[in-house]
Write a protein that binds this ligand. Structure first.
Ligand code: KPL
Length: 303
């Protein structure tokens, strides 16, 4: 199976590196981080993990031609970059190419489905963690489960092959028939951790160690949960709050992706996280004042 990673930042490069190390035919595509791509082209990807540094030879490019004829495209661009990335790669996709999105947030699926039939679209979430240390160099910051499912249709041999490949690469992966649930489970936690850590410049653990932030985070999760339930994704309040606690504890030292974006002066994924909750709430008639407030505060902060 020939794979192209679109959006070779930290996480995309980690997946690409692990798959290539396992013997898969992988190429990385990133049109904007030219230094990173050039470093990989000349010396391979350096993957730091548990105090060791592995050098993994990997194909990499800054032009979309590399997508031509691949069996699978894995999308890792930021949610707000999806429309642009899809417009670049769509003309290069083969009729048989599948697309897998492991992106954060909700709502970018529509941008992918404008170009890819639902039967060849896979959506998932991942708790893998990675940090860009420098051009061509990525640190594996923590291994967590990856779950994915087919947007429409049953499991087919191509999906079995992909699951086996990901597992052989050391990426713990499960298949799920409930993609909406996967997305909302992650969204419920992200809509509390991401904006609050970004606004207060704190690592993820502060969401449970600081009693004030915990109270706000829990109220935000409860509000998003009401939307999730109306959307048909049922989860108990206790389960949702326990999940928030688990993620904040397991990633306590990590700097959330939104805080990293704010620190670097880059656009955030707020419109696809809290903004997605607000849009779904409006559609379903559920008020979401806290998620709206956090969306506006982050926009104000990252102007
Ligand atoms: O995925 C995350 C992120 O940094 O974006 C966390 C904080 C773990 C959950 O939202």
């Amino acid at each position: 199976m020939r794979i192209c990673i679109v959006g070779a930042g930290a996480l995309g490069s980690l997946f690409g590196g692990l798959l290539a190390r396992a013997g898969a035919s992988v190429a990385l595509y990133n049109p904007s981080n030219v230094e990173h791509i050039r470093a990989i082209q000349s010396s391979g990807l350096i993957l730091e993990s548990n105090g060791t540094a592995l050098q993994i030879p990997l194909e990499a490019a800054t032009t979309p031609d590399i997508v031509e004829g691949v069996d699978l495209v894995m999308i890792f661009v930021k949610a707000h970059q999806t429309a642009c990335a899809m417009a670049q790669i769509a003309p290069k996709l083969a009729q048989r190419s599948w697309v897998l999105s492991l992106q954060n947030g909700f709502g970018m699926e529509e941008e992918i489905l404008r170009w890819v039939p639902a039967e060849r679209f896979l959506r998932g979430v991942t708790s893998q963690g990675a940090t860009m240390v420098g051009p061509g160099r990525v640190r594996w910051a923590g291994a967590g489960p990856t779950k994915l499912g087919r947007w429409s249709g049953p499991v087919v041999p191509m999906i079995e092959e992909l699951l086996a490949l990901l597992r052989s690469a050391g990426i713990e992966t499960e298949y799920s028939c409930e993609i909406e649930r996967l997305i909302w489970e992650k969204l419920l936690v992200s809509c509390a951790i991401n904006p609050l850590t970004a606004l207060f410049n704190q690592p993820n653990g502060s969401i449970i160690s600081d009693p004030h932030l915990r109270e706000i985070a829990e109220a935000v999760v409860r509000e998003a949960l009401r939307v999730a339930s109306a959307h048909g994704v049922s989860m108990g309040e206790g389960e949702a709050l326990a999940w928030l606690e688990t993620v904040a504890r397991k990633t306590a030292q990590n700097i959330s992706s939104m805080l990293q974006d704010v620190r670097r002066g880059r656009p955030t994924e707020i419109d696809y996280i809290n903004g997605a909750v607000v849009r779904a709430g409006r559609r379903l008639g559920i008020p979401t004042p806290l998620n709206l407030l956090l969306t506006q505060l982050i926009h104000q902060r990252s102007q």
